[in-house]
Design a binder for this molecule. Structure first.
Ligand code: NZQ
Ligand code: ZN
Length: 389
């Protein structure tokens, strides 16, 4: 493995009832709080009222910032930045899934600079710090609660960009698995697919001597494969929710990838689907990831795919060639996700052959090559989308 420095400054507060910690966590900051959330789920399930109650305990002066969309947009970030500046906001509190947290991160940085946040995210302008922020997670998926990444879409330009800086780590994240029991079945499944994809993006690499990291990844994947169907049959089961929530936070917190860099090509292909067709993140990965695996299977990568098939999906190699074992692993992944109710093809997302050229171009609009396990080009993206039809 390569030398590395690991640092993750976000304080993780995990477990049922842990919203009670919120007043203590807010104590170091000023009273003016911007409360950010999505399209209203937190009002329906009562989390909004519970959070407002805790904010009242510290006499917070609260400004609401509702209606953050899935695949959050730069126009929403700009609106949030304006409010922070106008109202003199001291602290940002995100209550929601990855979209709300990502949008909050970008607003927090935007509030401290005169530059337009799209220029910052596209690395044309620099940043000058950020307002402090914290998160209350309501949907296990992205890992945004414990990393510095944020993914923002410029819908006018059809660009979806991932970005982060040392200021985009939250001060704290409160993870109460009971807050996720109202996430609908389909969304729950897509969250698990995103978590598995993060683990697999790490796992598919060519670095040598990563046995500890490999087994972290494999055991996390096996655990999710075991618990996912049980949870989908029993959405209110807090113990299964707890398992998935911890898995989500670990999967993208830079712990699993200590000492090496994973692939991330499937995420780049998936972001093109969201940027052009506003496909949800989980849907995009469900379609693209198995096809990416099938495409990159070669003499150079076969060892890793075979290991994945045997150690994650317990494929029995007896009487099979290495290639057959690897292919059986890919098929097992595809089948597992389909059984969870995820889409398997682009046509399931109403995307057809005529759209592929644009999608391939969108994939490589920032870099001519993408992916690390296997370096890919626009032509490769085109072929993977074709395989996904
Ligand atoms: O908007 P509301 O009404 O809250 O409903 C949301 C939304 O419709 C709903 N939901 C959330 N909590 C709920 C709930 N419904 C009922 N009960 C609850 N407790 O779930 C829907 C999806 O929410 P969203 O936040 O959009 O999903 P997710 O967490 O999957 O976030 C997706 C975004 O994160 C980015 C994706 O690209 C996408 O833009 N990602 C961020 C990453 C990061 N920051 O590290 C990495 C990921 O790979 C990903 O790219
Ligand atoms: Zn993801």
């Amino acid at each position: 493995m390569n030398p590395f420095i690991f640092e993750n400054p976000t304080r993780l507060i995990f477990g049922e009832g842990q919203l009670k910690e919120l007043p203590k966590q807010l104590a170091p900051y000023g009273k003016k709080v911007l409360l950010l959330y999505g399209g209203g789920s937190i009002k329906k399930n009562g989390i909004y009222d519970q959070v407002k109650g805790k904010l009242a305990e510290v006499d917070a002066i609260v400004t609401d910032f509702p209606d953050i969309e899935s695949n959050p947009r730069i126009s929403t970030v700009r609106r949030g930045v304006e409010i922070c500046k106008q109202e003199g906001i001291d602290f940002l509190l995100a209550v929601g899934g990855g979209s709300v947290i990502d949008c909050t991160k970008a607003i927090a940085v935007g509030a401290k600079t005169e530059a337009d946040m799209w220029d910052v995210i596209t690395r044309k302008a620099s940043y000058d710090g950020a307002l402090p922020f914290g998160s209350i997670l309501t949907h296990a998926a992205t890992g945004s609660e414990m990393n510095r990444g944020c993914v923002i879409t410029n819908w006018e330009l059809h660009e979806k960009r991932g970005w982060g800086c040392p200021y985009t780590y939250g001060q704290f994240s409160i993870l109460d698995p009971a807050f996720t029991t109202t996430v609908p079945r389909k969304q729950t499944a897509l969250g698990i697919i995103d978590i598995m994809s993060h683990v697999m993006e790490h796992y598919f690499h060519l670095e040598k001597n990563t046995p500890i990291q490999d087994q972290w990844c494999e055991s996390l994947l096996r655990t999710l494969i075991d618990v996912a169907p049980k949870l989908l049959d029993d959405l209110g089961n807090v113990q299964h929710r707890e398992t998935v929530m911890l898995g989500g936070a670990l999967a993208l917190s830079d712990i699993l990838n200590m000492g090496y860099r994973g692939d991330w090509g499937s995420h780049q292909l998936g972001h093109a689907l969201s940027a052009v067709h506003d496909v949800s993140h989980g849907d995009s990965l469900a379609v693209v990831f198995p096809n990416w695996l099938a495409y990159v299977l070669s003499s150079e990568t076969i060892g890793r795919l075979k290991q994945f098939a045997e150690n994650v999906f317990a494929i029995d190699g007896k009487g099979k060639s290495d290639r057959q074992i690897a292919e059986a692993g890919i098929q097992a992944l595809r089948q597992f996700w389909t059984d969870l109710g995820a889409p398997a093809t682009l046509s399931d997302l109403s995307i057809n052959a005529a759209d592929i050229q644009t999608l391939a171009e969108n994939t490589v609009q920032f870099t001519a090559e993408f992916g690390n396990f296997k370096k890919l080009s626009r032509e490769d993206a085109h072929k993977i989308f074709e395989m996904s039809l």
